[in-house]
Design a protein around this ligand. Structure first.
Ligand SMILES: *Cc1c(COP(=O)(O)O)cnc(C)c1O
Length: 399
């Protein structure tokens, strides 16, 4: 009879650290989770912007940045704003989300998705995620709507709460596209508008198109940790010219164009991206192709390194979709979920800025009372997922 061992002792934490080292080597200091890369025209454009004195809400870099986004994504209109949360807020407003209504949302997301719903006075209604995409599960969405929703003269209503279901917001987790065809079909069936939270997925593809390019309304983020950054920033993408015009109007204080008069025709937002941030963004977008290549090479290196580690799966892009691999992720087998924190400690002690998934939204005090379906997949992912250092600057060891 030996000393009893716990499950976590059976799990080889050292083998996981070794796999990360096989992929990216042993860092000098710490490899952050996601660090920006400024290797292009950043300084030149910023200097040009400062010399022009147009650093704030008017300037040519904002137009240029929006044009570059349109060209790059294939969306008809791109409207640059101060951050991704503001982009989502305006998307929900334009989708018609009103106070006292509900928005179907994944519980596994960054707080920005849920905050933006709340800014409209609406309530998130959480649905489960999928192991294949890490995003909203179309089957779980269908099941939840079948269970609680009812068509009425005012739209689709949650029978239990009496509130109208005003939008569905799938999010492309870590850059992996959701099952958009499945979710869009359900949205059409129930006549509920779709808003895509594409904050993490610039450069990802679905059905051969850039994510966000086919959307009536999608939100991007250019926060410092995203695949390209403007410092802080975001954008609204739309394929509808009228929505594009409305988005620009609402995000620029709803001011009517005039040579000198200050006339505003509704309560708008001061959400326009400053020219200074757009200058940085133009330089960053010029490098997106290179970032995407490096991030795919990094993901492939992690995938190879973890193929030999029992009890762990590398999160690959969903079949038929292309991920920008914004953040790489591994999933421990359920039996090893208890080792997650030990593993996080070991990875960070070895200089790898590994992080857990976000705490699920329904566990946060502000959203604990919100309506929700069964969330067992999201809860399982939350227990088992670890994000690994994913910067485009990381040198793959066997490059
Ligand atoms: C980054 C992010 C946003 C937007 O965040 P901001 O910091 O406001 O730009 C929105 N949703 C998700 C899922 C994100 O990861």
């Amino acid at each position: 009879m030996g000393i009893p061992v716990t499950k976590s002792e059976l799990f080889d934490v050292g083998a996981v650290v070794a796999a990360v080292q096989r992929a990216v080597g042993t860092p000098e200091g710490t490899l952050g989770l996601h660090e920006p890369v400024f290797a292009g025209n950043e300084v030149a454009y910023l200097e040009q912007c400062i010399k022009s004195t147009f650093v704030s809400s008017v300037g040519e870099f904002v137009d240029r940045f929006e044009n570059m986004l349109e060209e790059l994504t294939g969306a008809r209109r791109a409207i640059a704003v101060v951050n991704g949360t503001a982009a989502l807020h305006v998307c929900f407003r334009l989708a018609g989300v009103e106070p006292g209504e509900e928005v179907m949302s994944p519980a596994l997301t960054f707080i920005a998705t849920t905050n933006a719903i709340s800014y409209c006075g609406a309530t998130p209604h959480f649905v489960d995620s999928s192991f294949d995409t890490l995003g909203m599960d179309s089957r779980a969405l269908a099941a939840r709507l079948d269970a609680v929703a009812q068509r009425s003269s005012t739209g689709t209503v949650n029978r239990e709460s009496g509130r109208r279901i005003a939008a569905i917001v799938p999010m492309h987790t870590y850059g992996h596209p959701v099952d958009l065809d499945g979710i869009a079909a359900i949205a059409r069936q129930w006549a509920i508008p779709l808003v895509e939270d594409a904050a993490e997925s610039l450069g990802s593809t679905y059905n051969g198109h850039m994510v966000g390019s086919q959307a009536r309304l999608a939100a991007l983020s250019f926060n410092g940790n995203k695949i390209v950054t403007t410092g802080g920033g975001g954008a609204i993408l739309t394929n509808d010219d009228e929505l594009g015009r409305r988005a620009k109007h609402l995000t620029t204080t709803a001011k009517l164009p005039h040579k000198w008069a200050f006339v505003h025709d509704e309560i708008g937002f001061n959400y326009r991206m400053p020219n200074l941030n757009a200058a940085l963004g133009c330089a960053q977008l010029e490098q997106l192709d290179g970032f995407l290549k490096r991030k795919r090479a990094l993901a492939a290196a992690y995938d190879r390194a973890f193929a030999a580690v029992p009890g762990i799966q590398f999160a690959r892009e969903p079949e038929g979709a292309g991920s920008n691999y914004w953040l790489n992720a591994i999933l421990l087998d359920e039996a090893h979920a208890g080792s997650r924190d030990e593993l996080l400690t070991a990875l960070n002690a070895s200089g790898f800025g590994a992080r857990p998934a976000w705490t699920l939204m329904h566990r946060l005090p502000m959203f604990a009372g919100c309506p929700r379906g069964d969330l067992r997949v999201a809860e399982s992912i939350e227990r088992r997922l670890i994000n690994l250092p994913s910067s485009a600057s990381i040198q793959v060891r066997d490059d």
